[in-house]
Each structure stands twice: as structure tokens, then as C-alpha cells.
Write a protein that binds this ligand. Structure first.
Ligand code: PLP
Length: 381
């Protein structure tokens, strides 16, 4: 009999039943008063939960659209920009900065570690930066940046806007917009919100909106905050057709988040991550991210000697868990296990057991149950 396959890549994440049901509803007209009220409530919840007096944008598109919108609406050609990169997605901002003709500098960390806040402070004291960009969790490395500390430094040392890529973090790692001096935070629906892919979510604090205003007309059309603002203030207005069913799915996700409580959700992710990472180490794997830099949303898991990546992931798929391969220099050397969003104890324990069975089928000497024991001990004792 075939095993059910859990999608454990770092996004899209498993979509639970209430969210699936919201997606599956008969699509309404986007001016339907009930849909307009639902969209309004989504926007109000996003602003309130992530604490900003600024604006929030929910736009059809993926996380990369949000990356582009975050810079296009706050920076202009020639601006000095500091990019803090600890992986593939930080480097994607370098490509964007090239295209946009920013005068940029990159602080790059070796994969598995991050940039010390002190280095950021030093760099900011040297030059007059207009923007600082950091990836909260880089999905290629599983490294998490100390966003709150960087936010304080940016605030104290510069006039830069602080842009945070929360694609692999928001709704799982601790983030609040105004209280953490974040000017722009963005994510995609498919990660820790547990909604299918297709929505870009962007919070723009008061300073970011002031910057947008000062820029006048920008080159972007679809990605212009000013085009979307009338819709975000009154969703019965039209600019681009809203993704009706995805917005319902996001509403269902927000109901789950409110029921759980955002702070409890942050600590659940932290507890799960610690226990999962310890269990994987017991099984003989290593975690790429150094201790102190590890994310709560995913683990980038280095294979022990003698494991073939393709065979391992194909076998694990048969055993019931779909994981992602490594990126860049780590392709073939590790697998990436997402553990964010709406995954419960059943899913986590099944996946850990599937990993043990896979190791055994790949020829490793396995102490069955040892990983699970570590998981339970880390979590409950
Ligand atoms: C940290 C980070 N930033 C940006 C992106 C790009 O998002 P998308 O693939 O939705 O365009 C991803 C995608 O995985 C990501 O993990």
C-alpha cells in the first residue's frame, strides 16, 4: 500500500482542511459585498497582528514579486544599499540591485552562518545608506538573522529603510513591523501561513510609505504601492483582479493563527525545530546552520557518509515525506526539511519515522526509535 505523501519541502507547506475548504468554495465576484468584507478583515488582521500603523498589501504574485516591490517603492537608481546575505535568496537581491542600478554593497556570510550585527553597525557608520536589506531566514541555508537587533542598529545608525525578506519566516519566527523598526516586511502565502502559493503579502510601515510618496512616479506599474493603495483601503475598488479563493484561504489561515495566538505560534515553531534538529542529529545527520544561527522554520540536513541524495529523497518520498534538495554548492549534499506552518505532532513524528526507515533502506545501520526518543525527550522532558 502506498503511503500518504506529506509535502515537507520549505514551501509550499501542508495545507490543512479548513484552508483547503476555503480554497474550494465557489468563486465569488470580487465586488460581492461578502467577499469585500472578508478581504477587509484579512487586511485589518494582518496590520493588527504584525503591528504596523502603516499599510499592508495583499497582491496576486509570489515572494519574488514582493522582493521587487519592496525595493522599487522605497529606493531609486543610484541609492546606496546594503545587502546582508546568508544564502541564495540574499544573493537574489544582488541580482535585483544590479537591474535597478543601486549603488550596493553586500555583506556575505559563509553558508551555515550569518553576519554579526557589529559588522553591520561598522558598515553603516562608514557610509550614508538609503536602504538595508536582510533575509530573515534564508531557505538555502536554514540560517536566521537577528532581525530585531539589526533593526535597532539601522534605526540608530542610519536614515536607511530596513527591508526584511520574511518569506521563510513570517508567521513562524518572531517578527513585528513597527516595534522592530522594520520598514518593509514581506512574505508569500505558501510558507508559514500554510496557504497555497499565489499571494504576495507586504507590510509597509509609515517611513516606507513616506519614501514611496517622495519617489513620485516609479517605473513599475503592477508593482506600484500607489496603484494598490485604494484597493487596500477599500477592497471594493479595482486595480488588478484579486485572487478571491486565495484571500479566503488566507482568512482561514488567519483564523487558525488567531486561535493559536501569534506568540504561541512562534514558540511552537521554536520547540518543534529544536526537537526535530536534535532528533536528526541523533540519527547521524548534521545541521548545516551553526548553533545560534538556526531557523525554526526549516532544517538543512547534511547527509552522513555514503548516502546518495537522489536515492535518499526518492526513497523518503515512497516512505511518505517529500523534501527538497540542496541549492548551490550544497546540491547533492543535503536535504531541506520544512517544518513551518500548520503541521502537527502527527505529521512531525510520521516524518521522523519515515526518515529512519529511509536511512535503513539506504543501507545505514539504524537504531530504530532513537531519533523519536530524542524528539520526545527534547519536547516533553
Ligand atoms: C527567503 C526567500 N525569499 C524569497 C523567495 C522567493 O519566493 P517565491 O519563490 O515565492 O517567488 C523564497 C522562496 O523560497 C525564499 O525562501
Amino acid at each position: 500500500m502506498e503511503n500518504e505523501k506529506y509535502v515537507m519541502i520549505p514551501g509550499p507547506t501542508p495545507v490543512v482542511e479548513p484552508i483547503q475548504n476555503a480554497m474550494g468554495r465557489k468563486t465569488a465576484a470580487f465586488k460581492d459585498p461578502e467577499f469585500v468584507a472578508d478581504f477587509e478583515s484579512v487586511l485589518a488582521d494582518l496590520k493588527k497582528l504584525w503591528k504596523t500603523d502603516g499599510e499592508v498589501f495583499v497582491v496576486p504574485g509570489s515572494g519574488t514579486l514582493a522582493m521587487e516591490m519592496s525595493v522599487s517603492n522605497t529606493l531609486k537608481s543610484g541609492d546606496k544599499v546594503l545587502i546582508i546575505s546568508h544564502g541564495y535568496f540574499g544573493d537574489r537581491f544582488v541580482e535585483i540591485a544590479e537591474r535597478k542600478n543601486y549603488d550596493y554593497k553586500v555583506l556575505s556570510a559563509e553558508w551555515g552562518t550569518g553576519i554579526a550585527p557589529e559588522k553591520i553597525r561598522e558598515e553603516l557608520s562608514r557610509d550614508n545608506y538609503r536602504g538595508v536589506i536582510a533575509t530573515h531566514v534564508d531557505t538555502s541555508t536554514g540560517v536566521k538573522a537577528p532581525i530585531e537587533e539589526i533593526g535597532r542598529i539601522v534605526q540608530n545608525e542610519s536614515d536607511a529603510v530596513f527591508i526584511v525578506d520574511g518569506v521563510c519566516a513570517t508567521a513562524a519566527e518572531k517578527e513585528y513591523v513597527d516595534p522592530m523598526n522594520i520598514d518593509i516586511l514581506f512574505t508569500g502565502s505558501q510558507k508559514a501561513f500554510g496557504v497555497p502559493p499565489g499571494l504576495a503579502l507586504i507590510w509597509a510601515g509609515p517611513r516606507a510609505m513616506k519614501r514611496r510618496n517622495k519617489l513620485g512616479e516609479i517605473n513599475e506599474y503592477y508593482g506600484d504601492f500607489e496603484k494598490w493603495l485604494p484597493i487596500m483601503h477599500d477592497p471594493s475598488n479595482y486595480f488588478g483582479t484579486p485572487a478571491v479563493n486565495l484571500i479566503w484561504a488566507l482568512k482561514a489561515s488567519l483564523s487558525l493563527i488567531k486561535k493559536e495566538g501569534l506568540e504561541s505560534r512562534f514558540s511552537r515553531h521554536e520547540r518543534d525545530a529544536r526537537a526535530i534538529q536534535a532528533a536528526l542529529e541523533t540519527m547521524g545527520f548534521e545541521i548545516l546552520a551553526e548553533k545560534g544561527w538556526r531557523a525554526h522554520t526549516l532544517s538543512n540536513v547534511l547527509y552522513p557518509e555514503g548516502i546518495n541524495d537522489e536515492e535518499f529523497r526518492d526513497t523518503l518520498r515512497e516512505e511518505g515525506a517529500v523534501v527538497a534538495g540542496g541549492l548551490g554548492d550544497y546540491a547533492g549534499k543535503l536535504f531541506r526539511l520544512g517544518h513551518m506552518g500548520n503541521i502537527d505532532e502527527h505529521v512531525i513524528t510520521s516524518v521522523l519515522q519515515a526518515i529512519e526507515r529511509t536511512l535503513y533502506r539506504c543501507g545505514k545501520d539504524v537504531d530504530f526509535g532513537a531519533g523519536m526518543k530524542t524528539y520526545m525527550q527534547e519536547k516533553y522532558s
